[in-house]
Write a protein that binds this ligand. Structure first.
Ligand SMILES: Cc1cc2nc3c(=O)[nH]c(=O)nc-3n(C[C@H](O)[C@H](O)[C@H](O)COP(=O)(O)OP(=O)(O)OC[C@H]3O[C@@H](n4cnc5c(N)ncnc54)[C@H](O)[C@@H]3O)c2cc1C
Ligand code: HEM
Length: 500
């Protein structure tokens, strides 16, 4: 993020959008924009960009863009969808730029067909958001989509999905039942298969999801409200039975209830959210969810990485049964943070929206490692919590796990006593706290991430050891850390940076 000029915060932008100023420059008219026309508006003082088929005049937003004017200019007069998605897929541009909308991008149908079928037109990319069907065809040829079937008894309806995935895990399955709407999203590699129906008859709120991993079969059991015979399962809704790239599927949110809020330290809190009864959702280790809420009339979305309720993994395992519907989030509240101030103001019982899990981390990366190194800074600690729990309980080859936790001051160290207790409980654990602004009393390590510091923290053994290093923190910390680790001789496969 870049420092913005005074008077250019998100809230200032919200005020401007509500001031009835003509921000699109078209006095409320919408037009069809050709690619040639779009390309003409490529200067700071006259800048249009196209995101998912919609063209916006971003000139008034230039000074308010937290990523800076230069970044926004990379998409000037062009399709900015890919750049936008690379940096912040979650940002709700539609809500933020509503007043800047120029219209839709125009594409001649004949041109679309020609471009998609022609092998020679490979490098001329179609505009994002206008070739949904084309992308779908491309996806389907890569992997075969699952098949589904359904059957009923007097009291229940069972939907069976056959994925043909021999190692299907429950965390790749998300099911939402809200009223009569059933939505099941199954992840297969980098693809998502969606079943989305308005059910034929009323069902009870709770669902049962059974997964037979060995054969890749999923059964969703619904309880009928009335003992009637269903003629069909339901009416297909938008994108039902589609099989597309996971990243092309928009974020899906369900309403969750805040059930507890406890302090972790002076500026960080542990929030516990409860999923509705009709939801089956597990956040995989190392992945995050997005929270969504409306603040001052603007829909805001921010990512957070769920943690376990505790680091004491024995009790964690025991209590995990009762925790299936709970999501724990450790969130640092910024005094001037727009979203975190809002989250902090929520009362127990209040609701907010939580997305399905996102992220590229796979736990198979640490399945067979003998040594696991975790580098965290500040709230970059959050993915490390589940990683620690998982590695210590499920990885029989693990001989050592070392967390190197970078903070400014001693009272910034999150769950310090929990971490110290873990080292007493399990001799494979080692913790190293590094402070950049310690008091004179601090006897531990001092400094910020650097090559010499990392070379003393991570000793490289002569004999080959199966190891992995995971790193998470502010963008600078992560990118610098990854570079230093490569300089120290670690291979790219041995390093995982949480960069999303
Ligand atoms: C994948 C992912 C996972 C995440 N997981 C977590 C998590 O588990 N827990 C958690 O607490 N956070 C997490 N975050 C960060 C989180 O998404 C938000 O960015 C954070 O909560 C701040 O939101 P905000 O709207 O309150 O603050 P903002 O309004 O965005 O401001 C945040 C703070 O940054 C300051 N700031 C703005 N620009 C700069 C700059 N150029 N240099 C320095 N400071 C600046 C602001 O003044 C303010 O103090 C995660 C982020 C990502 C990308
Ligand atoms: C046109 C619509 C766009 C909107 C509405 C938008 C909005 C935003 C917002 C709200 C943030 C802050 C993110 C957060 O706090 O979580 C941000 C950051 C950023 N944006 Fe954009 N953006 C747009 C386009 C782009 C484009 C085309 C780029 C090109 C690369 C870009 C690059 C960035 C970068 C680099 C950051 C800083 C990320 C960080 O350091 O955390 N943005 N943008």
């Amino acid at each position: 993020m870049v420092p913005l000029k005074p008077g250019r915060s998100l809230m200032d932008w919200v005020r401007l959008t509500k001031s009835h100023k003509d921000l699109s420059g078209l006095k409320g008219r919408f037009i069809e924009v050709t690619e040639d026309e779009l390309a003409k508006h490529n200067k700071k003082e006259d800048c249009w960009t196209c995101i998912r088929g919609h063209v916006y005049n971003v000139t008034p937003y230039m000074e308010y863009h937290p990523g800076g004017e230069e970044e926004l200019m990379k998409a000037a007069g062009a399709d900015g969808t890919d750049l936008f998605d690379q940096v912040h897929r979650w940002v709700n541009y539609e809500s933020m730029l509503k007043e800047c909308l120029i219209g839709r991008i125009a594409m001649k149908p004949a041109a679309i067909a020609k471009e998609f079928n022609s092998r020679t037109a490979k490098d001329k990319k179609p505009m994002n958001g206008v070739l949904e069907d084309g992308r779908l065809i491309e996806a389907c040829t890569k992997d075969s989509p699952p098949r589904y079937d359904w059957f009923q008894t007097e009291t229940a309806v069972t939907v069976a999905i056959y994925t043909k995935q021999k190692d299907l895990e429950s965390e790749f399955v998300t099911v939402d039942l809200e009223g009569s709407i059933l939505r099941a999203d199954i992840l297969i590699g980098n693809y998502s298969n969606l079943l989305y129906l308005d059910l034929d008859h009323a069902v009870r709120e709770e669902i049962n999801v059974n997964i037979t991993g060995i054969v890749g079969k999923i059964e969703i059991v619904l309880q009928k409200q009335d003992k009637v015979t269903w003629a069909k399962l339901g009416q297909p809704l938008d994108s039902h039975d589609s099989f597309i790239k996971r990243t092309d599927r928009g974020l899906f949110f369900r309403k969750c209830k805040l059930i507890s809020k406890t302090s972790v330290n002076y500026n960080t809190k542990l929030f516990c959210l409860l999923l509705p009864e009709g939801v089956f959702l597990q956040v995989p280790i190392g992945q995050h969810v997005y929270l969504k809420d409306t603040i001052a009339g603007i829909e805001m979305v921010k990512p957070y990485t769920p943690v376990s309720s505790s680091l004491q993994y024995n009790s964690e395992v025991l209590s995990s049964m009762g925790d299936a519907r709970k999501i724990f989030l450790m969130i640092k509240i910024y005094l001037d943070g727009v979203f975190t101030q809002h989250i902090d103001s929520l009362q127990i019982g209040d609701e907010l929206y939580v997305s399905s899990p996102q992220g590229s981390f796979r736990k198979s990366k640490i399945q067979a490692v003998e040594e696991l190194f975790l580098l965290a800074a500040g709230t970059g600690f959050t993915p490390m919590v589940k990683l620690l729990n998982h590695a210590l309980t499920n990885n029989s080859s693990l001989r050592k796990v070392k967390l190197m936790f970078f903070n400014k001051k001693e009272n910034d160290i999150l769950w310090r006593s929990e971490l110290e207790q873990l080292t007493i409980q399990d001799s494979r654990c080692e913790m190293q706290f590094v402070l950049s602004e310690p008091t004179d009393e601090w006897t531990g390590m001092k400094g910020t991430i650097s090559l010499p510091l990392l070379s003393t923290l991570i000793e490289r053994k002569k004999e080959p050891v199966n190891k992995m290093i995971c790193i998470c923190g502010p963008a600078m910390f992560t990118s610098q850390g990854m570079r230093f680790l490569e300089d120290l001789g670690f291979s790219k496969e041995e390093i995982y940076g949480f960069t999303e």
